[in-house]
Write a protein that binds this ligand. Sequence first.
Ligand SMILES: O=c1ccn([C@@H]2O[C@H](COP(=O)(O)O)[C@@H](O)[C@H]2O)c(=O)[nH]1
Length: 275
Amino acid sequence: MPALPAFAHAVTERTRTLQTRLCVGLDPRADAYRDTAHLRLHTLDVLEATAPFAACVKPQLAFFEALGLPGFALLEEVCALARTLGLPVILDGKRGDIGSTAEAYARAWLGGPHAGDALTVNPFLGFATLTPFVAAARANGGGIFVLVKTSNPDQNDVQGSGISERVAVEVARLNAEELEGDAVDGEYASVGAVVGATHARDLATFRALMPRALLLLPGLGAQGATAADLAPAFHAGGTGALASASRGVQYANGLDVAASVAAAKRFRDELNAAL
Ligand SMILES: O=c1ccn([C@@H]2O[C@H](COP(=O)(O)O)[C@@H](O)[C@H]2O)c(=O)[nH]1
């Protein structure tokens, strides 16, 4: 059997060791701060203070890109601090394009100077768009999370009528190709899937369709999803999924970092209680 992908293994180990299934999202919005220096300090503070309750961290690239060069510098700092804290980094960029451009995105975000351990990927251009991302993830011991069924209510406009299920089957195919042989409980391949925590009734279906995929479940907190509904996304032993909250942690009570810590701890505890 090939070596376990480092990203999936690291997340699963951290889940087991720290007993947390929470992914802390960082969406540093410029209008919440006096200036970029203030944004930088608060974002790094939130990351450091909430790390003990987190299985991983998910910076939303849009908020860093919106800051221009200082945003890229901050992203590097976030990734470096996360590594120091032992936190795997999922970059939420939702990239995807025709082959040559997808290759450049994959080089940039899964191997370049601002690289994370994993990246969210949009399959809308067709499954071939996934190829460079899958190759980069496998080569670097990283991961990707393919958008299967996003958390927003209007996803159905595009993802309904069986589209999400088709993408899920492709994710499962890629993972079966990677991890040959019988499934071993608690082992996951490089290709994960985004399934909104807001779709509680569909979680069991997507869990079954993609047995070797880590599921990233955004929508906890601000979008109304609650930890109590998420048990079907997990395997026995409580592995296989990461529930993500961004505003609900970073801005739990304005810019009060103690409130961010309390929120992260509460989400962690609620997720554990739901299993
Ligand atoms: O289906 C998806 C995929 C990604 N997101 C991103 O997650 C966070 C959610 O923020 P909250 O403050 O926890 O609502 C944000 O960066 C989204 O772009 C998502 O919401 N849904």
